[in-house]
Design a binder for this molecule. Structure first.
Ligand code: ZN
Ligand code: ZN
Length: 259
């Protein structure tokens, strides 16, 4: 009896250590083992976000956090600026606004971990802001009011950026587009769990194979030694020519986003 117990305990310990290993370590493309919480995104965040986003940090070491604030308005052309505005441009062919015809400044504040880490229990993204693009515009997932996937009719309210205003008149991106990323490896922004999101390609020019969260481990132009990162979906959504930025659950632990 005692021997069986010892064997069970030994097996349990081995399994437990394997689980921890599987959760916390991943290989980058060169085979180097990297720990998910080991990479700080702070310097890249400070370098890559536009001056329209104010950035502050709090805490120290790998438990510190970064807060990004913006008014959520785009720095590029869209019909939602309204005719007469210097940044006005027409809708894509066949597109038009629906009930939400204009956008107004918001008071966005996103706080993310400086060292994003894999969540032990993955949390689904929800309606509303799930991240922030480099220009301070909110990123939404693949859903609309009623928590239903974006429909063909809703897609016709998108501008060239794959964006439109919410009922709150908050402008937001659902997909890649003319001003963020078009079939490339550009950094688009960061999601609420602190992980960066890129266009459909990796820096090597290939379309990466993604996990169930829309990301993978590997080097990017900003993190040459590798980091977990998301990519926009490579699926032409409902044949619309738009590519969803992020669907499903966060890979990491979600920070806060207030408006
Ligand atoms: Zn929307
Ligand atoms: Zn990648």
């Amino acid at each position: 009896m005692k021997n069986i117990k010892s064997v069970i305990i030994a097996i349990s310990l081995v399994l437990a250590s394997m689980t921890i290993y599987a959760c916390k370590k991943n290989s980058n493309s060169s085979g180097t083992i990297i720990s998910t919480g080991a990479v700080s995104v702070t310097s890249v965040v400070q370098l890559r976000f536009s001056s329209a986003v104010s950035i502050s940090t709090s805490g120290s070491g790998n438990t510190s956090s970064i807060t990004l604030k913006s008014n959520g308005l785009p720095d590029h052309k869209t019909p939602y600026w309204g005719t007469g505005n210097a940044l006005y441009e027409p809708f894509p062919s066949g597109h038009a606004p629906n009930a939400n015809t204009s956008m107004i400044a918001q008071n966005l504040s996103m706080t993310i971990p400086s060292n994003p880490d894999e969540a032990s229990s993955k949390e689904a993204t929800s309606l509303g802001e799930i991240g922030m693009a480099l220009n301070g515009v909110a990123i939404y997932n693949d859903r609309e009011g009623g928590n239903i996937p974006l429909e063909a009719m809703t897609l016709t309210t998108f501008d060239n950026a794959g964006a439109h205003p919410a009922p709150s008149r908050e402008y937001h991106y659902h997909t890649t587009g003319k001003y963020t990323s078009v079939d490339d490896a550009k950094l688009i922004g960061f999601l609420r769990d602190g992980y960066p999101i890129y266009g459909r390609k990796d820096t090597t020019g290939v379309y990466p194979t993604l996990d169930g969260y829309g990301g993978h481990f590997g080097p990017t132009q900003d993190f040459p030694n590798g980091i977990y990162h998301y990519h926009a979906s490579n699926v032409n959504y409902l044949n619309s020519g738009f590519y969803i930025l992020k669907a499903g659950s966060y890979y990491g632990n979600k920070g806060t986003f207030t408006n």
